[in-house]
Design a protein around this ligand. Structure first.
Ligand SMILES: Nc1nc2c(ncn2[C@@H]2O[C@H](COP(=O)(O)OP(=O)(O)O)[C@@H](O)[C@H]2O)c(=O)[nH]1
Ligand SMILES: [Mg+2]
Length: 202
């Protein structure tokens, strides 16, 4: 990608729940992932900015939806990452309902970027997100991040396994290896995300 449209991403606002997001017009994509999967690091790498999404050592704390806006008005929505043992079940249940409703009802939502630790893919949280996307008729792009922790053959095997499971489950998802650390798959991710946004940002 000759110019990176995500580089212009700017923090716009934080919303306590999806109803408080900016007006439902234009195009947006949402980032989801279990706490500590590497979502903030992936966002920062994609946007080529070090402090855009705060990478946290105390996971599960942020429960806001963070909104970033691109030059053309396209939005990136950073969803809260649950799936951590310390989050009470009642809160997870509430989160599931909120996110399911957002995925179903948000007109401007073009797709979901699902970040998984490549060493631990397709946990319950991830499967639930993919089920929600399927039910909402939304495309999903999976970043198997921290791929720098895997050997080349382990990475290839993991990617093939995830793709196979997506086909088996009827999840409309593409997948790739990614690393915020060594930049594996960075251009590929930007192209995929721009594609989800509808080419307006490409
Ligand atoms: N080796 C490696 N570590 C990563 C990568 N991405 C994130 N991390 C580390 O994983 C931890 C969680 O990252 P963070 O981006 O805060 O995850 P989040 O909770 O999903 O937003 C941090 O210690 C990061 O430094 C990566 O691509 N490779
Ligand atoms: Mg984070």
């Amino acid at each position: 990608m000759s110019s990176n449209p995500f580089r212009a991403a700017q923090f716009l606002t934080s919303a306590p729940d999806p109803r408080r997001l900016p007006a439902d017009a234009g195009a947006e994509i949402a980032f989801a992932g279990r706490s500590n999967a590497g979502k903030s690091s992936a966002l920062n790498a994609i946007c080529d900015q070090t402090g855009l999404a705060r990478t946290s050592k105390t996971p599960g704390r942020t429960q806001l939806l963070n909104v970033f806006v691109l030059n053309d008005g396209g939005r990136l929505i950073d969803l809260p990452g649950y799936g951590y043992a310390k989050v009470p079940e009642a809160m997870r249940e509430k989160w599931r309902g909120t996110i399911d409703a957002y995925l179903r009802e948000r007109e401007s939502l073009r797709g979901v970027v699902l970040i998984m630790d490549a060493r631990h893919p397709l946990k319950d949280f991830d499967r639930q997100m993919l089920d929600f996307c399927r039910a909402a008729g939304l495309a999903c792009h999976v970043l198997l991040t921290k791929s720098d922790k895997l050997s080349r053959s382990e990475g290839a095997r993991t990617l093939a396994g995830v793709r196979r499971e997506c086909a088996t489950q009827g999840w409309s998802a593409t997948a790739q290896l990614f690393s915020a650390l060594d930049k594996t798959g960075l251009d590929q991710a930007r192209v995929a995300l721009a594609g989800l946004l509808g080419g307006e940002s490409a």
